[in-house]
Design a protein around this ligand. Structure first.
Ligand SMILES: Nc1ncnc2c1ncn2[C@@H]1O[C@H](COP(=O)(O)OP(=O)(O)O)[C@@H](O)[C@H]1O
Ligand SMILES: [Mg+2]
Length: 388
């Protein structure tokens, strides 16, 4: 059976208004296989079908239990503030057999969401322009989860245990010293030299100096859907990694996802003006939504968290390159190595631009204090002007 046929027969295991559908691949997600599903003849409703990546998430039942709880909480919060949960968060479609997922004969688990219409993931160029809007969407997301008392299991243990990630790299490097390892000695050294500093954020959390709370944990810019007409952020998606963590990592990881693409190959050693500016707008949006309860220790760790998560990503790509780790599917043999190097290049730029980034957070923080109580900041401010 071809891939689309498998997806089609999976789609028909869910509660749909008709028994005929068309299927097309959707989005650029790196983890799951995602399809757009339209009902036939008239596409009265549209859906999103996903085959869950079971290498990344072996305990599918736990993932789905978390997801159902998180969506239920978000629904309640959105309704309470007069929003529309059908558009502002994900809605799961039940499978015919009653659960919210269905397992096929090959052992793959599938699930279905209602498609959020007239909204889509931004490109990186769009994300640069919409940095404040995207930062606000992820800040709002953490705020909505802030009073969630539902039990959420740790489906990816040690997800942001940076020190352990570096230890795993060291092991992989030692195991492959004579083979692939030889060509990546300087890359591995780059990370190992930074190991101590990379562990500091985790130590602050362990010591209770910075709080941990439910966070998104996969704040890539394309996990925010943008309304095609208003250009406002509609919905944060991709909720499988929601777990307890350090909130500045959400902001830092979003910055990383944009900057690693937009700053690639520029000539200056540090970040470009546009890059710093996008970082500031991202932070301003995030802080506008979290001000009032986000702690000073969290604000102080925004820049270190951005650096840490960028290094950590590079480390994970390098380990994947050495070990053939299934988390990051590589289409070409050197793909994970080149992703690692792009991340380490960004780490260097962040190190060069630390004072500018700290200034940017300071300005974003002051702006968020002014706007406290006045709701969200108008979108026209999200047009690239640095704010002093
Ligand atoms: N409910 C939805 N409505 C509209 N588009 C969606 C929806 N869910 C996913 N998508 C699109 O599919 C892409 C991949 O889905 P995502 O859940 O982010 O998977 P991955 O974990 O593989 O990144 C998203 O970036 C988005 O463009
Ligand atoms: Mg995604």
């Amino acid at each position: 059976m071809g891939v689309n046929e498998r997806a089609e027969s999976a789609a028909l295991r869910f509660v749909l208004p008709t028994s005929a559908v068309t299927i097309a691949p959707l989005g650029n997600g790196h983890i799951h296989d995602t399809y757009a599903v339209a009902t036939v003849p008239a596409p009265s409703s549209e859906y999103v079908l996903q085959r869950i990546n079971r290498h990344v998430f072996p305990d599918v039942a736990a993932v789905m239990r978390n997801l159902v709880r998180i969506i239920a909480h978000l629904d309640r919060r959105i309704v309470r503030t007069g929003g529309d949960p059908a558009r502002e968060t994900l809605s799961l479609i039940p499978a015919l057999e009653g659960d919210f997922f269905w397992v096929d004969d090959a052992g793959d688990a599938w699930r279905m969401f209602r498609r959020i219409d007239a909204a889509r993931s931004p490109s990186v160029a769009e994300a640069l322009g919409l940095a404040r809007e995207i930062g606000a969407a992820f800040g709002r997301f953490v705020r909505l989860l802030s009073d969630c008392r539902e039990p959420v299991s740790e489906v990816l243990p040690g997800f942001h245990d940076t020190r352990n990630r570096i230890r795993l790299l060291q092991e992989a490097f030692d195991d492959h010293r004579t083979g692939r390892g030889q060509t990546v000695r300087s890359d591995a050294d780059f990370a190992l030299q930074r190991a101590e500093r990379a562990g500091r954020l985790g130590e602050l959390a362990q010591g209770g100096i910075i709080p941990t709370r439910l966070i998104h944990n996969d704040t890539k810019y394309d996990n925010v859907l943008i309304d095609e007409v208003s250009r406002r952020a509609v919905c944060v998606i991709d909720l499988d990694t929601v777990m307890s963590g350090i909130a500045p990592l959400d902001l830092g990881d979003c910055a990383r996802s944009i900057l690693v693409e937009s700053e690639r190959g520029t000539r200056e050693p540090g970040l470009s003006k546009d890059g710093v500016n996008a970082f500031e707008r991202l932070a301003a949006g995030f802080l506008a939504e979290t001000s009032g309860w986000f702690t000073a220790s969290e604000v102080a760790q925004i820049v270190p968290a951005t650096w840490t998560v960028t290094l950590e990503c590079g480390v994970r790509f390098l380990t994947a390159h050495l070990t053939g780790d299934a988390y990051f599917k590589a289409k070409k043999p050197e793909e994970n190595l080149s992703r690692c190097r792009q991340h380490f290049e960004l780490v260097r730029r962040l190190e060069t631009s630390l004072p500018q980034l700290e200034d940017a957070v300071g300005r974003a923080w002051r702006v968020s204090q002014h706007s406290r109580g006045s709701g969200t900041i108008p979108l026209q401010q999200d047009r690239g002007e640095a704010r002093g």
